[in-house]
Design a protein around this ligand. Structure first.
Ligand SMILES: Cc1cc2nc3c(=O)[nH]c(=O)nc-3n(C[C@H](O)[C@H](O)[C@H](O)COP(=O)(O)OP(=O)(O)OC[C@H]3O[C@@H](n4cnc5c(N)ncnc54)[C@H](O)[C@@H]3O)c2cc1C
Ligand code: SF4
Ligand code: SF4
Length: 453
């Protein structure tokens, strides 16, 4: 990516959207909207001073909503170009008409530009390659897996963010139930501190401690003062908040990182209710994730529940066996029927082992769903714009004998936009698609432009 960003023959247009495509192979005209970032990317040094001071926080979509980001932000640390962007909808100044502009005040490079507008770019290209990837299947439509009801059932993508050193927990396997508890404690502590500060001021003003005041107040001996009713109410609030906080803080102190993990395969894949196809990469990413979790903490054990583990690729079977031998991974052959939860927020997996032919259940710290690879949300709109067809699963349609060619000459596809595949295969396809596009650009334009030959 870094090389592509620096390449003199590659013009990287990020934060852009194709709006119109006309023409034909060898001579397409493409209209592209370059969206306003409200940050001048030529001036922004990527120092992050604006991020430190921005007072607005929202859920961080890059971290799957498990952490927070500010209204001015960088989508992810390694992004190219290394620039920032203001999320106009959530920015106090741009989206809410409030006075703020703190980012502009702290930006030494003068890169903030609240007046920046979208720009329309007109491109003349000989060929187009669609590389728009995939989306992760939403498991909340499978009621028996309780993804939207049990905090400690997460998707593999969420799990990868938890495992990542640059993720919301800096690589510690903190469970979502504990993250929610921590957030609840932080809010309650903030409220309690506010009440305590008000009480401190009243104690100082009246020269006595609250306990002493309450004794007098309750006995009707406190006398007359406009502060006294409020003081008594604040004291009551403080006692109630402390009562609520104490057991939560005890639970927070006792919380441990997740060590006993369950991976459920084929969530939304190979399932006639959702997608009949195999998503091809999820068996191996579950083995990888279980191995990384074990590298973080060698007490970690993992059970991978699968109909069959598809280790298709050179060295993949050996990798799977190594996981079983050295990383405490147990492979359980069987489809999971249901996930429930105990009082300590531990998920319980109910399944039939097709090897022992026994129905069984087991309690885990965390369950990870290997969700299917589905067409990215914008695929139908893009297909319409490009004038290409989709296949029965909603990915861009190709010919089995020309797997990079869409149904429109000069428009190619690679990677998961064409169907589920892993990174090596996506990269190989990307090179092939680039070669196909170069071939077209070198040969077709003359004919398309009416130049003969
Ligand atoms: C949890 C998980 C773990 C995985 N781990 C591994 C692994 O360890 N090894 C491995 O080989 N594979 C792994 N995979 C599979 C891997 O993610 C895919 O093989 C790979 O990302 C496919 O690359 P791609 O470029 O086709 O698509 P993507 O990576 O999805 O990239 C597509 C890009 O296009 C952008 N885009 C989408 N629509 C538009 C649009 N309309 N206009 C402009 N841009 C658009 C998207 O924002 C995205 O940046 C994993 C998958 C998952 C879900
Ligand atoms: S104007 Fe304020 S809220 Fe908006 S991005 Fe700048 S610092 Fe954040
Ligand atoms: S790769 Fe494995 S988990 Fe994914 S759909 Fe295929 S069999 Fe199921």
């Amino acid at each position: 990516m870094l090389d592509a960003g620096r390449h003199p023959k590659i013009n990287l247009l990020s934060y852009c959207e194709v709006e119109e495509v006309s023409g034909e192979v060898g001579a397409f005209q493409v209209k592209v909207r370059k969206k306003a970032r409200y940050v001048n990317e030529d001036l922004c040094t990527g120092c992050g001073a604006c991020v430190e001071k921005c007072p607005t926080t929202v859920k961080d979509t890059y971290n799957e909503g498990l952490g927070e980001r500010t209204a001015i932000y960088k989508y992810f640390p390694q992004g190219i170009p290394s620039t920032h962007c203001i999320d106009a909808e959530n920015c106090r100044q741009l989206g809410q008409g409030k006075k703020c502009g703190i980012c502009a005040k702290v930006c030494q490079a003068n890169a903030i530009d609240f007046e920046q507008q979208d720009q329309m770019l007109d491109l003349e290209v000989g060929a187009v390659v669609l590389a728009t990837g995939y989306d992760v299947f939403d498991p909340s439509v499978i009621p028996e897996y309780a993804y939207d009801r049990i905090d400690n059932v997460v998707t593999a993508m969420e799990f990868e963010r938890l495992l990542s050193a640059s993720g919301p927990t800096h690589g510690h396997l903190d469970r979502p139930s504990e993250l929610a508890l921590r957030a609840e404690v932080a809010v309650l502590e903030k409220d309690l501190n506010k009440v305590s500060r008000q009480i401190d001021r009243l104690e100082e003003k009246h020269g006595k401690k609250t306990a002493e005041f309450l004794k007098e107040f309750e006995a009707g001996k406190a006398g007359e003062d406009e502060d006294f009713e409020r003081w008594a109410t604040l004291a009551e609030k403080q006692t109630a908040a402390e009562k609520v906080l104490a057991p939560l803080k005890k639970r927070e102190a006792a919380a441990q990182t997740a060590k006993n993990l369950a991976f459920i395969q084929c969530v939304g894949s190979r399932d006639f209710r959702f997608n009949r196809f195999c998503s091809s990469y999820c068996c191996m990413h579950s083995v990888k994730e279980a191995m990384i979790a074990h590298e973080h903490d060698n007490q970690t054990t993992s059970s991978i529940f699968c109909m069959d583990l598809r280790a298709v690729g050179r060295g993949f079977e050996e990798y799977k066996l190594r996981g079983g031998k050295s990383s405490n991974i147990k492979y359980v052959r069987g489809r999971v029927a249901e996930i429930t939860e105990d009082e300590a927020h531990n998920p319980i997996v109910w399944y039939e082992s097709t090897t022992s032919r026994q129905v069984d259940h087991e309690t885990f710290d965390l369950v990870i769903l290997a969700t299917a690879c589905v067409p990215s949300a914008g695929t139908p709109k893009l297909a319409d714009l490009m004038g290409v067809e989709l296949d029965q699963n909603g990915f861009f349609k190709t010919d089995p004998f020309a797997p990079l060619d869409t149904t429109r000459p000069g428009i190619f596809v690679c990677g998961c936009a064409q169907g589920p595949m892993d990174i090596p295969e996506s990269v190989a396809q990307a090179s092939s698609a680039a070669a196909r596009a170069a071939e077209v650009v070198a040969t077709v334009p003359k004919a398309a432009a009416g130049g003969g030959e």
